[in-house]
Design a protein around this ligand. Structure first.
Ligand code: GDP
Ligand code: MG
Length: 340
């Protein structure tokens, strides 16, 4: 391996545009002028995940954290609870620290005096509680939220944090209308802040859970600093560039786009960001750059404005475009680009 990006072809400095591939004629698409979504404020907080064994808590966490390249190092939060990982998204800016609440997974233990105290402490620290249950194989409403589920629910009786009920494994249902009696039953059982049917395994409806949780989180980004090191800002920078590319390019390009942040320098007045847009085909490079560099200018300008809003300071953004043939098929390239 030689240099930081082995296998990549020559770099193209956007702005100077000395060596960009001539874009094909006729590929330029007019910017559709769609208004950018209104900036939502940043939110972050702690979410305790509870539920009886085997309902899919671990699968849910993995799906949530894997999907957005979150920081998933298991870090002990307090002696009483284990931080499982922080879900991070850039639009709208959100950080969700998922915590494991001791005792609550094992109702036998949780019903014991000591563990019950620990579990209560973990729950009282949480901004939101996610109670995970599943659609039973029979999907019968009579057995829904009974037994061990009911035991876990009983422990929430005097917890003030809102409880979101996740009804996992909806992929088992041939007909989604079978959910209605389950939802009806759940609403009789407890006053849930939200009910989210989803499939953790198939990654179906996960964004609905994130939005439901977000609503109950305090404003601000709490997990800057030691917990997430320098990753979040770089991560947001990369996501915002990628988002701008997706907004401005034709359908064929986005699937093959990755954004690599080469340099990220922070100062109180200005963040300097240099990023490389990696595309998988030569033709896509021309499309991303646009005639006379018009498109890449718009991409850069949108991404810069979004970063300035998020980082609350001026941003100097330098973009490069490189071709890495079929990068998404190469494991080494994926690792380099930050995908596991
Ligand atoms: P936990 O004990 O609550 O952490 O549950 P796990 O995440 O270990 O999952 C228990 C089992 O349920 C595993 O075999 C998973 O593959 C399965 N599972 C998890 N989520 C889903 C889902 O959405 N649909 C289906 N059909 N199975 C799931
Ligand atoms: Mg588990």
């Amino acid at each position: 391996m030689n240099g930081p990006h082995p296998g990549f072809d020559g770099r193209c400095l956007v702005g100077g545009l000395q060596d960009y591939v001539s874009p094909r004629r006729g590929v330029r698409r007019h910017y559709n002028g769609a208004p950018m979504a209104e900036e939502a404020s940043a939110r972050s907080g702690r979410v305790a995940i509870i539920g009886r064994p085997n309902v899919g808590k671990s699968t849910l966490l993995n799906s949530l954290l894997g999907q957005k390249l979150a920081i998933a190092t298991p870090t002990p939060g307090t002696t009483r609870s284990m931080l499982l990982g922080v879900y991070v998204q850039s639009r709208p800016p959100t950080q969700i620290a998922f915590v494991d609440t001791p005792g609550m997974h094992r109702p036998h233990n949780a019903l014991g005096r000591a563990l019950q105290e620990d579990a209560k402490a973990g729950l009282s620290n949480a901004d939101v509680i996610v109670l995970v249950t599943e659609v039973g194989k029979s999907a019968s409403p009579q057995s829904f939220l009974t037994g061990q589920d009911a035991d876990v629910l009983a422990q929430l009786a005097d917890v003030s944090a809102p409880v979101v009920l996740v009804i996992n494994k909806v992929d088992r249902l041939k007909n989604k209308s079978a959910l209605l009696p389950l939802i009806e039953r759940a609403n009789k059982q407890h006053s849930f802040a939200a009910l989210v049917p989803l499939s953790a395994l198939r990654r179906d409806n996960l964004p609905a859970l994130v939005s439901a949780l977000r609503e109950h989180l305090p404003e601000g980004l709490a997990y800057d600093g030691d917990l997430l090191t320098d990753k979040p800002q770089r991560f947001f920078a990369s996501e915002l560039v990628r988002e701008a590319v997706l907004t401005h390019t034709r359908e064929e390009v986005p699937h093959g786009v990755a954004v690599l942040v080469d340099n990220f320098e922070e100062s109180p007045q200005l963040n300097r960001v240099a990023a490389t847009i990696v595309v998988s085909k030569d033709a896509h490079k021309g499309i991303v750059i646009g005639r006379g560099g018009e498109r890449i200018k718009r991409i850069g300008s949108d991404a810069r404005v979004a970063m300035e809003t998020l980082f609350e300071r001026k941003v100097f953004l330098e973009l490069w475009v490189k071709v890495k043939e079929n990068w998404s098929d190469s494991e080494a390239a994926l690792r380099q680009l930050g995908y596991e």
